[in-house]
Every structure is written in C-alpha cells, then in structure tokens.
Ligand binder design. Structure first.
Ligand SMILES: [Zn+2]
Length: 280
C-alpha cells in the first residue's frame, strides 16, 4: 500500500481538448471600464485558458456520478464496493471528524507507537470512498494533478455575445435587462495535461473511464452549459509512465515509457465483471 511519502509510479497523460461548441469560463466582472460583463479567464498575455482546477472539478463530478451508479448496483473492485461520498457535506463525507477521532483512538489502543502513522493511514484509506482516494479529500492528497490547459498555439479571437438577464423570482427574461458575455469560439483547441502519481493500475483504469467519456464528447465544461456551451472532445490521448524501477533513467534524462490507456480500461472491465455482483 502506498503511504504517499515514496514514489511508486507516475503516469503522464497529454491530449487535445477540442471544443465542438463555444466555451465560456468566466472570471467575474471585467476590470476594464468598457469591458464585457462576463469576460473569459485569460493569461497575463491575454490568451484564454482553462484552469486545471476547473477541469478537475468537472471530471470529479462526472466520476462521482458514474461511481454512485455502480454503488447502487453493488459493483466491487478488489472486494471493496465502489462509492463516492459527498465531500462538501461534513455529515455525508466518507471520513467524518468523528470517524477520524474514533480511528485514532482505536489505532492508539491496538498498535505500537511506531506503527501508529502507518496503521492510521491504512484505516483512512480502507474507509475512504473511491472518489476521495483518487481525487483527494480533507484526509489525503489527490493522486491526480491537472495542469491549466493553454491554447494550442493557434491564435484565436474571442467573441462577445448578448445575453438576456433572467429574473430569479419569475424565471423569465427581465424586461430591458441585458448583459453581454465573452466566449471562446467552437473549434478552439487546448492542451490537456494530467499527472497521476502512486496509483494502483485499476484506479488508473477508473480515471481512464472518464477520459474515454470525454473522448466520446460526453463531458461539458465551463459556464453557460444550459445555453449549449462547453461541449468538446478529448483527442489524441497519449499516456506515458515512469515505474519505480526506472526512476534513475527518468531523473537523469526524463525518460518515460509509452503506455496504452485502453489496456487499463480493458483490465478494469474484466475485474469489474468478475467481481461485480450486479443485482437487478
Ligand atoms: Zn469520500
């Protein structure tokens, strides 16, 4: 079991995010006196980008949905039921403050002092949901890091669109209330880069399911999604890995081995089938 202080493996995933529909990732009101009401987020040299934290948030939400469906069907992986807690709600988190205090007491009573940290970590991992183990929680670091996705070198022109302000009380258009917002046009391509560290191979398979879903165009990012924005596809997915045994070559020359994402998905699929005790 990984204890997060050592290096077991690291996977690098690069791909292109190709927008099929326009994208709006806002950064709040414009600081410019004559700017648009809802500008898109940009680098200091004025190029739109997608913050890694936004991408990770979207992927986690989608992952949680899939995993909760598998939970309702009692799907197990290595004997443990797949699940996703509600990380934003203290009462529904997989590791609540009370649970953690109980674990601390139990481990203190059962094990020697020098085993305390290791046993407590083990206990927390055993009781954490699948989403927290992969994407991180209050208790453990994320295994997935997603970088900000910058433009693919091709210059693009953003566009300003007119919107109609909606009255929150009636749900209808406010008369005369207009605002405009900035969008990145369809066809724009961004570079996706993710690093996954100290991951078990089946966990990588689980993460790969989300990327495959995005590859099929099933994931929506950014704002104004109810207006049909934010749909795009992940293309040209490339996976490379550094195993523990290759660490010297990697540190000296940055050498990474190519790997196949589909292989991890296939391995996972076999396991889920074998252990998935699906009730109708
Ligand atoms: Zn959780």
């Amino acid at each position: 079991m990984s204890d997060f202080s050592s290096f077991d493996n690291r996977y690098y995933i690069i791909a292109d995010i190709v927008m099929e529909r326009p994208l709006h990732i806002g950064r709040g009101a414009s600081l410019e006196p004559i700017g648009t009401d809802l500008p898109v987020i940009k680098t200091p040299d004025d190029k739109p980008y997608i913050p890694g934290s936004s991408i990770k948030g979207v992927l986690r939400t989608q992952f949680e949905k899939y995993v909760r469906t598998m939970f309702s069907q009692n799907v197990k992986l290595n004997g443990k039921q797949l699940n996703a807690c509600d990380i934003l709600d203290e009462k529904n988190r997989c590791i609540t403050v009370k649970k953690r205090t109980d674990f601390e007491k139990e481990v203190k009573q059962t094990y020697k002092k020098e085993e305390y940290d290791e046993k407590l970590t083990q206990k927390i991992i055993e009781n954490s949901c699948t989403a927290c183990i992969l994407f991180g929680s209050h208790e453990m670091a994320s295994k997935i890091y997603i970088k900000d996705a910058f433009l693919d070198n091709v210059p693009i022109k953003t566009e300003i669109r007119d919107g109609v302000a909606i009255d929150r009380d009636t749900g209808t258009a406010k008369s005369g209330a207009k605002f405009d917002y900035e969008i990145v046009p369809a066809g724009t391509s961004f570079k996706f880069e993710a690093i996954i560290e100290n991951v078990e191979l089946l966990e990588l398979g689980l993460f790969a399911l989300i990327l495959k879903s995005w590859e099929r165009g099933e994931i929506v990012i950014g704002g104004k999604t109810s207006a049909g924005m934010g749909w795009g596809m992940l293309k040209n997915i490339e996976l490379k890995c550094v195993e523990k045994s290759d660490i010297i070559d990697f540190l000296v020359s940055g050498k990474k081995k190519p790997a196949d994402l589909n292989e991890f998905v296939n391995q996972l699929r076999k396991k889920l089938k074998k252990e998935g005790d699906v009730h109708a």
